[in-house]
Ligand binder design. Structure first.
Ligand code: ZN
Ligand code: ZN
Length: 437
């Protein structure tokens, strides 16, 4: 699917269909061809409501709050899902921003289209690929003025890069566990590094032993699929900041000897979503040539059962010498991440922030629901920046505060207790709220 810009007026673009957003239930806007017909069909422009007029080649979708980017993003996704069922090649879209700076609304529409059109049909015996090939955005604004074509092309490029990265992450997460083992995830990271000119280091189980990463190594022990520590670096010359991203890459989490019940085990292929998210972020940053150096580290392994599995009551020694008493082998994510965070602190000379992204605990979903990421950390300024960035991106995120009653400093860290060395946890599955896995 190709997005392109034109200075032609919206109504003059030759396309199979036109996508028209009905803002704030205003039915008398310039691009609405026959408002009486829409009213007769019961369309009132309610949020994300849709009306298709195939004979006229028009698709109407409601956006009740036109100041909100996310409303445009969601409405565009609804429209593209409906349109992708038709045998059409081309679509025309107008502009909805009133100033020419960043075109946030047009960017959000483009993202909604590309993310909404995502399908994962790799394993389906019969597929119906979307035939829509070209989407042309006019510089003409719905109020009759025009936005700058350079700004429009820039907004479309950015939206394409971001959506490609998100869709790539969705592919990694949606692939069945046998198709996304730690080795395969490492191959994917290597491929990504080649495409985007990133430096790439992949380490195996011998490295974990050598580095005394006893926590990570213990989790990986019972799997026949060897673990991988993935480290990608993006280092632009003009870097203004250096950010370390550490992702949980459990390509399958059976719970280990503390085995999950069947209903909870299904979907555990997604326990590498934090790691996949970390790879998606570095891919997008490199493609957009952002002036931010990024180190992306993923601890990739399976958590399985077997005669050599680590056990509840085991005491593991992490890379930094800290002892950890295991009470439940299903709390494996923090063990892998503990050693990955030690690795990051030992090998990366200086950085401004370290962000840990993980599907770490179902308790976060219980607290915040299925769509909201939990953000924890001790740096309030950065936490506020992160929450504000999430809001601008259309992501739902909420801070989970610390207080003195939550603090417990046992002599040995217990694996079922939140470890103090983690700086940030994000419930990554919902951090990319378009996953639809
Ligand atoms: Zn687990
Ligand atoms: Zn897990």
């Amino acid at each position: 699917m190709q997005l392109q810009s034109t200075t032609r007026r919206f109504q003059e673009i030759g396309a199979d269909f036109r996508l028209i957003f009905v803002c704030a239930k205003e039915m008398e806007q310039g691009w609405i061809g026959d408002s009486a017909l829409l009213t007769k069909l019961g369309f009132e422009g309610e949020d994300e409501s849709l009306c298709l007029l195939p004979e006229r080649g028009e698709c109407y979708v409601g956006v009740e709050n036109p100041a909100d980017h996310e409303s445009f993003r969601a409405a565009a996704a609804v429209a593209i899902r409906a349109l992708s069922r038709y045998k059409i090649d081309s679509l025309a879209v107008g502009s909805y921003d009133e100033t020419s700076d960043q075109l946030p609304l047009t960017g959000a529409i483009a993202e909604g289209i590309l993310l909404g059109a995502y399908r994962f049909d790799k394993y389906k015996s019969q597929t119906k690929p979307c035939q829509l090939k070209t989407i042309t955005f006019s510089t003409e604004n719905h109020k009759g003025t025009a936005v700058d074509e350079g700004a429009l092309a820039g907004a479309l490029h950015r939206a394409t890069v971001l959506s490609n990265a998100v869709n790539r992450v969705r592919d990694l997460v949606n692939t069945m566990p046998d198709g996304m083992t730690p080795e395969i995830l490492a191959d994917e990271a290597e491929q990504m590094a080649k495409t985007h000119d990133l430096s790439c280091k992949i380490y195996d189980e011998d490295f974990l032993k050598e580095q005394k990463m006893g926590a990570f190594e213990a989790v990986s022990r019972a799997s026949t699929r060897p673990p991988r520590l993935i480290h990608l670096s993006y280092s632009p010359d003009d870097a203004k900041k250096r950010v370390v991203l550490v992702g949980k890459g459990l390509t399958y989490d059976s719970g280990g000897l503390s085995l999950k019940p069947s209903d909870f085990m299904a979907s555990m292929k997604s326990d590498m979503a934090g790691g996949a998210g970390v790879l998606g972020v570095i891919q997008a940053a490199a493609a957009l040539k952002l002036p931010i150096a990024i180190e992306a580290i993923v601890g990739a392994t399976e958590n399985m059962i077997g005669g050599n599995a680590y056990k509840p009551d085991d005491v593991l020694i992490a890379k930094n010498g800290k002892s950890i008493e295991v009470k439940n082998t299903d709390a494996e994510g923090r063990l892998v991440l503990a050693d990955c965070l030690c690795y990051a602190q030992d090998t990366i000379e200086s950085f401004d922030h370290i962000v840990d992204m993980a599907t770490l605990t179902g308790a976060c979903v219980v607290a915040l629901g299925d769509y909201t990421s939990g953000v924890m950390g001790h740096n309030d300024t950065f936490k506020t920046e992160l929450l504000s960035a999430a809001q601008k991106s259309g992501e739902l995120a909420a801070a989970l505060p610390f207080n003195k009653h939550l603090k417990r400093i046992p002599e040995m860290l217990t694996a079922s207790v939140l470890s103090g060395i983690f700086i940030y946890f994000l419930w990554c599955l919902s951090f990319f709220n378009y996953f639809h896995i």
